[in-house]
Design a protein around this ligand. Structure first.
Ligand code: MN
Length: 336
């Protein structure tokens, strides 16, 4: 797992454990399983939020786990140029590389622990694609794309781009050193990640050693979600079993309990969990394709504006998906 993973967790700053006698533990409300699907030009994803009510996800709207997939040469795929309005896309790459370019001048490579936090706001066009050399070589590919809603008053804000490099994440360990927590945005037990957000929220990636127990203090005004990226674990005081591709929704309280099982599947050394939550925006959500607005009229307006080119234009030096050379054997058969 090439995202930031120090060898020695004992020297990292420590989270303070919640006072488990005073503070209220968040109960497990639901465990849902993400179905597999294909996104963009046909790359495999798990729809992490499938089966959940939007009210319980607020301020988040959608999340895809991209991979984990080990591509053969020529197989890596991304998305073509497409629009967004009314929210933010947050892409966290654990393994592999995505190249990004947008109509607002933002872009770059996101790789091995980097996060790209893109505010579509009033409108943006962008492309997310593996770079040419990775298309040619193939390779391991694993990441997350999370859609973060914007409140009505900020839906039409100018587009913006934050490139959060892997080394900027705030990396801390649990008191017992058994868990590693990489904070991308928001704050936990006094440690604050680098991401700038429009509404209060927190996003972090935790690795929990086999048999270790992570007692994670969590802002009581936030919802609490944990998505299992890899491995197997036990959640809540009832130690409910969870595994790769499952989302846990916690109820209200001050902290949540995530435990790694003693024996992990050989594919993952640790339990890997994306932990996220925020202060709900509590506004109506109309989600249609790449647009997330408050009303149906605003969706119609977004479609009109996109057709009229008002969400942005593809730049002159545009990055385009790399199409590998056609198979020469097949090419022989195209001759007359
Ligand atoms: Mn997109």
């Amino acid at each position: 797992m090439p995202t930031v993973t120090p060898d020695d967790w004992s020297r990292l700053p420590k989270l303070t454990a919640p006072d488990i006698h005073e503070a209220i533990e968040r109960p497990v409300v639901s465990v849902t399983t993400a179905p597999s699907a294909f996104e963009g030009e046909g790359f495999p994803v798990r729809r992490a939020f499938a089966g959940m009510n939007l009210r319980d996800l607020d301020p988040f709207v959608h999340m895809d786990q991209m991979g984990e997939v080990d591509y053969a040469p020529g197989e890596p795929k991304g998305t073509p140029w497409h629009p967004h309005r009314g929210f933010e896309t947050v892409t966290y790459m654990i393994d592999g590389t995505f190249a990004h370019q947008d109509s607002n001048g933002g872009g770059g490579l996101i790789t091995n622990g980097d996060t790209q936090w893109m505010t579509a706001g009033g409108g943006i066009l962008h492309i997310e694609t593996p770079p040419e050399e990775l298309v040619v070589s193939g390779g391991l590919f694993h990441g997350i794309q999370l859609w973060v809603n914007l409140p009505a008053k900020e839906k039409m804000t100018p587009p913006a781009y934050q490139g959060i490099e892997a080394g900027q994440m705030v990396v801390v360990s649990s008191v017992d050193g058994g868990s590693l927590v990489r904070i991308i945005a928001g704050e936990v037990a006094g440690h604050r990640g680098p991401g700038s957000t429009h509404t209060p929220m927190a996003l972090m990636h935790a690795s929990v050693s086999p048999g270790a127990l992570l007692e994670l203090a969590w802002n009581p005004s936030f919802n609490g979600l944990a998505y299992v990226l890899a491995g197997s674990g036990l959640v809540g005081s009832e130690r409910r079993p969870v595994q790769m591709g499952q989302l846990v929704a916690f109820g209200p309280g001050d902290w949540m309990r995530v435990e790694g099982v003693d024996r992990q599947d050989p594919r993952s050394v640790n339990l890997e969990v994306l932990v996220l939550g925020g202060q709900p925006i509590r506004e109506p959500v109309e989600h249609y394709g790449p647009f997330v607005m408050n009303t149906r009229d605003e969706i119609m307006q977004a479609l009109d504006d996109f057709q009229a080119g008002r969400l942005g234009t593809i730049p002159a030096n545009a990055l385009m998906p790399h199409v590998p050379d056609p198979n020469p054997v097949r090419a022989e058969h195209t001759g007359i």
